[in-house]
Design a protein around this ligand. Structure first.
Ligand code: HEM
Length: 437
């Protein structure tokens, strides 16, 4: 008989007890920091509420929960609490009233794979503020001594109209044409020129943006965001995506490096040139945020956040115009009256096109393109509505999913109100014309 057996058995028991105590201590610590979280459905151990979750249409589940628990709800994705904020008032109170506290961006593994924590869309704190300020300012300044964004959009719109004309009245899908056109506007802003559709570099960029969205919106992408290491072990589209992403980043970096020596500092012509100029200005600052990492990631942010959103909105607008020919006719009539047939529309015409403006807003409200926005993260423990929403914890992140319930205006009421507004606006214009005459 093994005389060490009792000792071995006891050792195993001691190790088990110690492990159990550590686990209890961790759970207890976790509970105390999360004990004033908003209410929500009871989570299962380990997986949380993952099984109650509609992975394809998360926002439907969130809506159901907000009807049951109110405008702030907690669910658990594995060991990560996700606080869902919904409805106009709660979103205004948190995103504006407590804007600083709620301004962090939740880091998703797929976002990290494409930006490495640089750029605008996946950053928080100082880096986010600095990169956001620079990006907004640079985009606003386009037009001063260089081609405005409006000119770049018009160039692409002209190409699009020519392509539509080629169909000569027969049925066709505009999806790819719209996607390519929006991509080309972003190329023009970022690289200073548009690409021909056959250009291999353009094709490669298009493929990367396309695959990114396919993976991001698929169950594979959502599971990757919860269990990245595990999903990496399995084959799938994500591996090709990561390769394509690296190639896109490398291309962007080469473009920036090429401009380092050729740049005219008095008048940068595109986004990359504006950024490279700032990099040169700040080259002696050891804490500068103006580096290749941030540049390449902001460029990717623009492609990933701008292409699918804008092209889907235009596609949806075309669909709704086909379904409501009376609205289409009225929009055309207003444009013909105000702008005429001899020139292109410009942003300045918007004030004089209240019906068209209202239709665009209604399309965006109706299609509800990003119902859960891009998740945020708390910057510090924050009290809201009697609950404490905690900052990042060791055991997980507190993420914030935002949903806008469309309770603010019912479609019919909205249309009536826009009709009245249009009438009021038309009367004001007549009065002003009479007064000026
Ligand atoms: C119809 C078109 C668009 C829609 C519906 C849309 C929607 C959104 C939403 C919901 C957010 C999240 C806001 C937040 O979390 O606070 C966002 C962020 C962002 N969008 Fe868009 N977007 C559109 C077009 C664009 C375009 C054309 C670009 C760039 C070329 C762009 C670049 C960005 C960036 C960089 C962010 C991150 C901003 C930040 O973190 O501060 N978006 N967008």
């Amino acid at each position: 008989m093994d005389i060490l057996l009792p000792l071995k058995t006891n050792l195993v028991s001691v190790v088990m007890v110690v492990l159990a105590l550590i686990l209890l201590w961790k759970i207890r610590g976790k509970q105390s920091s999360f004990e004033r979280l908003p209410p929500g459905p009871a989570p299962n151990p380990l997986l949380g509420n993952l099984f109650q979750f509609n992975i394809k249409e998360a926002y439907k589940y969130y809506l159901e929960l907000s009807n049951r628990y109110g405008s702030v709800v907690t669910i658990w994705l594995a060991n990560t609490p996700v606080v869902i904020i919904s409805g106009y008032q709660a979103l205004k109170d948190t995103m504006i009233g407590l804007g600083e506290e709620f301004s962090g961006r939740a880091i998703y593994p797929l976002l990290m794979k494409s930006t490495y924590g640089y750029g605008v869309l996946s950053t928080s704190g100082h880096r986010w503020k600095e990169m956001r300020r620079f990006t907004l300012m640079t985009l606003k300044n386009f037009g001063m001594g260089r081609r405005s964004i409006e000119e770049r959009v018009r160039e692409e719109a002209e190409n699009l109209v020519e392509m539509f004309k080629k169909s000569e009245g027969s049925a066709f899908s505009p999806a790819d044409m719209l996607f390519n056109a929006v991509n080309n506007v972003i190329c023009s802003i970022v690289f200073g020129h548009r690409f021909e559709l056959e250009d291999p570099q353009f094709k490669s960029l298009l493929r990367t943006v396309n695959t990114y969205f396919t993976v991001l919106s698929s169950p594979l992408g959502q599971i990757y965001n919860v269990f990245p290491r595990l999903v990496s072990l399995f084959p799938g589209k994500h591996h090709q995506l990561f390769k394509d992403l690296e190639e896109a980043r490398e291309y962007c970096k080469c473009e920036a490096q090429a401009r380092m020596n050729t740049l005219d500092p008095s008048c940068p012509q595109d986004f990359i040139e504006a950024f490279v100029l700032k990099m040169k200005e700040e080259k002696d600052n050891p804490d500068t945020e103006y580096n290749f990492g941030n540049l390449v990631s902001i460029v990717w942010n623009m492609f990933s956040a701008g292409t699918e959103t804008t092209s889907s909105t235009i596609r949806y607008a075309l669909l709704l115009m086909m379904k409501h020919p009376d609205v289409q006719e009225r929009v055309q009539r207003e444009i013909d009256e105000v702008v005429g047939q001899d020139r292109w529309l410009s942003v300045e015409d918007r004030l004089n096109l209240p019906y068209t403006d209202a239709v665009i807003h209604e399309i965006q409200r109706y299609m509800d393109l990003a119902p859960i926005a891009i998740p945020h993260k708390m910057m510090c423990d924050t009290e809201y509505n009697g609950y404490i929403i905690p900052k990042t914890q060791n055991c997980g992140r507190t993420q914030l999913a935002l949903i806008q319930r469309t309770s603010w205006m019912q479609a019919a009421g909205f249309r009536k109100m826009m009709h009245l507004l249009c009438l009021a606006w038309a009367s004001v214009r007549v009065l002003v014309k009479l007064w000026l005459a």
